[in-house]
Design a binder for this molecule. Structure first.
Ligand code: HEM
Length: 487
């Protein structure tokens, strides 16, 4: 990258020439520094303000632009215009991330990876803010801040603590499936290019006729899945904390553009009520035998951002950024996320975050009467700032972007309804039984290595009991492995 600021005199922020950028002004050659040195004061003050708050989760990440291309006719399921024709292309920006680490943390760690895609469609931006795992640790947004507190730094020690992590997982048995996934072979991807992505939640698609389908998105890597063992990752994290970020940038610089095959599982709305698992429970997958994935497109990354701060750090993805034909499901985690992200962006990047170059709609206009606030660029000129008005300008469409959902019953703090085969352990057990003997050995060793660090016996026992309920053999082996490590 050879970008350069135009040649000519160095200037202050407001364009006045700077005489000396090496020596500050002082009262005599050996005297104190002068307040009249505008350039010095401006330079130090701006430096103090270079950082914005890092993301409260997923702080550490890398992004790239690319293209999504439709490869199948999906118009019978959704009226989303960017999906309306085979061959149609939409610009995308994708940010990969880890979850728990702070901004400078290492990439090669055992942690879910964020997989956040922004589609710049003609109906505005559509964000799919997913992970590289099809499920999650919890199923209700009200538990998210507690969960994340246990993954991040302890208020007293300032470090991640095995006690807190395992205490939460043990007391939240619905996490057993995701924890089994995370400590298995796919828990440490070798690079961002060699892993799948998932929308994870169930979303609503609706067609022109208003028929509703529930869908789950899968992005299957065309580079093949590659993972690191715990030992490989520990060595790499020490040697090259930026390993995954560098790999992505360099692959794109070499012209080796990573691609993913995009698939959806599609459930007609009428089948949701009687499905064997609650289709809106984020701790569960829909087995492919029940709803086979349908290939709908390809996604390619082919352009690096020019400025990491402007385009990656200030990127704002929100699960609430839908386009007509796509909407939310009643998944309680997703519902909580619909609030959380816009709020985070207003705090972290400011009220005009969505109009920054990486975030603004690229293939549509933002025709809104919302305006002003910190760092407003005056884009509305002198236009009227209210609606309806007698002077023209944009008006509401009258057509809801997604279809209504029928609800029944009283308001209250309801648990997620359980369907016929739902419990917290069935799919964790199925995943364990699907693994080869070698995979099980590695899974148990990875779990035991971390669990053995727990200081309180009852925390370890409670956690092991959850794995035993998923599969007797799984729990028994884990207990033995933890005991062996504790000596
Ligand atoms: C109710 C539960 C959740 C809450 C409240 C929540 C909240 C947040 C917040 C506040 C951020 C930082 C946003 C920013 O500052 O720009 C974030 C980032 C992120 N979250 Fe969540 N999250 C939740 C669950 C999930 C789940 C289930 C997934 C994936 C399936 C996920 C994927 C991501 C990703 C990929 C990012 C990074 C986006 C980026 O690259 O900018 N989160 N989350």
């Amino acid at each position: 990258m050879t970008d350069q600021i135009a040649a000519g005199p160095l200037t202050t922020e407001t364009g006045a020439p700077v005489a000396d950028n090496q020596q500050s002004q002082s009262a005599g050659p050996g005297g104190p520094v002068l307040l009249q040195d505008q350039h010095l004061i401006e330079k130090l003050a701006r430096f103090n303000r270079e950082r914005i708050p890092e993301r409260v989760v997923h702080a550490r990440g890398a992004g790239a632009y690319g293209t999504f291309r439709v490869t199948a006719d999906v118009t019978r399921w959704t009226r989303a215009r960017f999906l309306s024709e085979i061959g149609k292309e939409t610009e995308v920006f994708l940010r990969f991330s880890t979850v728990a680490g702070n901004l400078g943390a290492a990439d090669a760690v055992r942690d879910p990876r964020g997989f956040a895609v922004k589609f710049y469609t003609e109906d505005g931006n559509y964000d799919l803010v997913g992970n590289n795992t099809p499920v999650f640790f919890i199923r209700d947004a009200i538990k998210f801040p507690d969960f994340i507190h246990t993954q991040k730094r302890d208020p007293y020690t300032g470090s991640q603590e095995a006690d807190n992590v395992w205490d939460f997982w043990g007391l939240s048995p619905e996490s057993t499936h995701q924890v089994t996934w995370l400590f298995g072979d796919r828990g440490i991807p070798a690079s961002y290019r060699h892993m799948d992505g998932f929308g994870s939640h169930t979303f609503q698609w609706s067609n022109e006729a208003g028929e509703v389908f529930w869908v789950k998105y899968h992005f299957k890597t065309d580079q093949g899945i590659r993972n690191l063992t715990q030992d490989e990752a520990d060595a790499l994290a020490g040697r090259d904390p930026d390993s995954h970020q560098r790999d992505l940038r360099e692959a794109i610089e070499r012209g080796e553009y990573p691609t993913w095959t995009v698939q959806v599982q599609i459930m007609p709305a009428a089948e949701a009520a009687a499905y064997r698992f609650n289709p809106f429970d984020l701790t569960k997958v829909w087995p492919h035998a029940d709803y086979p994935p349908v290939t709908i497109g390809t996604l390619e990354l082919n352009r690096n951002p020019r400025n990491v701060f402007a385009e990656v750090e200030q990127a704002t993805f929100s699960p609430h950024h839908f386009v007509p034909g796509i909407g939310p499901s009643p998944d309680k985690m997703l519902q909580g996320r619909l609030f959380a992200y816009g709020d985070a962006h207003r705090h972290r990047v400011g009220i005009n975050a969505d109009q920054l170059p990486v975030n603004r709609p690229h293939a549509a206009g933002a025709r809104t009467h919302g305006r002003d606030g910190l760092a407003y660029d005056g884009r509305h000129g002198g236009a009227k700032n209210y609606e309806p008005n007698s002077f023209g300008g944009p008006a509401q469409t009258g057509r809801p972007p997604w279809e209504p959902v029928q609800v029944a019953g009283a308001t209250g703090d309801h648990p997620t309804p359980a369907h016929a085969e739902d419990d917290d352990f069935v799919q964790a057990g199925n995943l364990y039984r699907l693994m080869s003997e070698e995979e099980r050995e590695r899974l148990v060793a990875n779990l035991a290595g971390f669990l053995a660090k727990v200081s309180r016996e009852e925390i370890a026992e409670r956690a092991i009991a959850n794995f035993r309920r998923a599969d007797e053999d799984y729990g028994k082996r884990l207990e033995a492995a933890v005991q062996a490590l504790r000596g």
